[in-house]
Design a protein around this ligand. Structure first.
Ligand SMILES: NC(=O)c1ccc[n+]([C@@H]2O[C@H](COP(=O)([O-])OP(=O)(O)OC[C@H]3O[C@@H](n4cnc5c(N)ncnc54)[C@H](OP(=O)(O)O)[C@@H]3O)[C@@H](O)[C@H]2O)c1
Length: 402
């Protein structure tokens, strides 16, 4: 039935696609894949935050119908950069949502952070196939987003390499036979660092991920392991298993992208090189498989695969995220908002590396019970704004310039 509704992209039937966050790390990988097979896609809209030159170059290359920049002050620059083409230019948050509403069968959700939620929801509400890289949107609006997808008859395709791996080996027809999900984690750049050294970690050291080349926010989230905490919540929402049936295992080589353990003792894994074009290709071609230019695994050349327990003493973000998942209600919104504010403050040198988790913990402590359900986008946005305000205060409390 699914196969009848969702046809694979091909030169005979180009797939209509929109890329939200096209100028970022995931966005550029998506553009790269589409540019290699232009006859298989019709590019409806490309969306960026502020980078108009890169956006206009992509729009010209992919013959997009519309290019949208979220920052309204960049409209004139975008218009100028698209001069001489028939590509429509638009700007501002409403234009971003309108871009998500345009008729594209497949939408890559690769805006970073809570800012991506409203457009993801708009795409989900019209029944699009949503390729979800923007984990923060799902973490903050789990029920709202999954219900929107279900009600509109769309689908959420996980792009995060771990969730994409699980999606590939998850037997949805026999859910009761699944015992556990095992999320693998690289451990980030500070996997072996002492707490004393982590306290002194610089921005450059925290951004230097050992295995993956990613945007700044997710790189810092990988260094604190908040990324894995957010992924824990994401896994719960995508696959429906409770927190106690989702394990996190540190696997520094990042060859096994995640696993599903079954009741009969079988464990199914998805493996690959560290190239986001593999999970992006999986979702871009879904339900078929398409070619990807990613390097192939050469098993005989691989370093030994090793596994370790995560250390929540040095990486308290793991514990905080697990607590947020168990509390439910607004707790994941508070966790994410405080983390986004703290990461931004670390990136500009206002707080130290270990202060990121301290800010998140302070805000969660100050936010009361948090367990009440939050319904509707406006309530979610209000909870996010309140947590951001508290986080700004907490950042001042931990400021390096005090
Ligand atoms: N990078 C990875 O390998 C990876 C892997 C798994 C999951 N993810 C997830 O994918 C998402 C994107 O990550 P990334 O590493 O690609 O981030 P990134 O490199 O920082 O790119 C973010 C993109 O979002 C755009 N953007 C930022 N704020 C916006 C706003 N308010 N409205 C519209 N667009 C906005 C940026 O535009 P400008 O360029 O103009 O700023 C850029 O195109 C994140 O949720 C991340 O957790 C990433």
């Amino acid at each position: 039935m699914v196969m009848m509704r969702w046809m694979a992209p091909s030169p005979d039937r180009p797939r209509g696609v929109t890329i939200m966050g096209s100028t970022g790390s995931v966005g550029q990988s998506t553009v790269d894949l589409i540019a290699r097979e232009p006859q298989s896609y019709r590019v409806e809209a490309l969306v960026a935050g502020t980078s108009v030159e890169a956006l206009a170059e992509q729009a010209r290359r992919l013959h997009a119908r519309v290019a949208v920049v979220a920052n309204p002050q960049r409209y004139r620059a975008l218009k100028d950069a698209l001069a001489g083409t028939s590509i429509e230019a638009a700007a501002g948050p409403d234009a971003v949502i309108e871009a998500a509403q345009r008729p594209a069968e497949w939408v890559m959700a690769a805006i970073v952070g809570f800012a991506g939620l409203a457009p993801v929801l708009a795409a989900a509400r019209r029944g699009a196939m949503v390729a979800l890289a923007n984990k923060e949107a799902l973490v903050c609006a789990g029920r709202l987003l999954t219900e929107a997808v279900r009600d509109a008859g769309g689908v959420l395709l996980p792009v995060d390499s771990e969730h994409n791996a699980i999606f590939q080996v998850f037997d949805a027809d026999q859910r009761s036979t699944i015992e556990r999900l095992i999320l693998t984690a690289s451990g980030g750049p500070f996997r072996n660092w002492s707490l004393a050294d982590m306290a002194e970690a610089t921005r450059e050291q925290a951004l230097a991920h050992p295995n993956w080349d990613m945007g700044a926010t997710i790189s810092i989230d990988s260094a604190t392991m908040m990324n894995k905490g957010l992924e824990l919540i994401e896994a719960h929402l995508l696959f429906g298993l409770p927190a106690e049936q989702i394990d996190i295992v540190v696997h520094p080589q990042s060859v096994i992208h995640s696993m599903v353990a079954y009741r009969d003792g079988s464990v199914l894994a998805q493996l690959g090189t560290q190239d986001m074009r593999v999970p992006i290709s999986h979702s871009l071609g879904w339900p078929s498989r398409i070619d990807s230019p990613a390097a192939r695994l050469e098993f005989t050349d691989l370093a030994p695969l090793t596994f370790e327990r995560p250390d929540s003493r040095r990486f308290p973000s793991l514990r905080l995220a697990r607590e947020a998942l168990v509390i439910g209600g607004s707790a994941p919104i508070v966790l994410n908002a405080a983390n986004e504010v703290a990461v931004a403050a670390f990136l500009v040198g206002r707080i130290g590396f270990l202060d990121i988790a301290r800010v998140v913990e302070d805000v969660m402590m100050a936010s009361g019970s948090m367990s009440d359900d939050v319904d509707g986008l406006q309530q979610l946005q209000a909870a996010d704004a309140e947590a951001r305000h508290r986080a700004e205060e907490a950042v001042k409390g931990h400021s390096l310039t005090n």
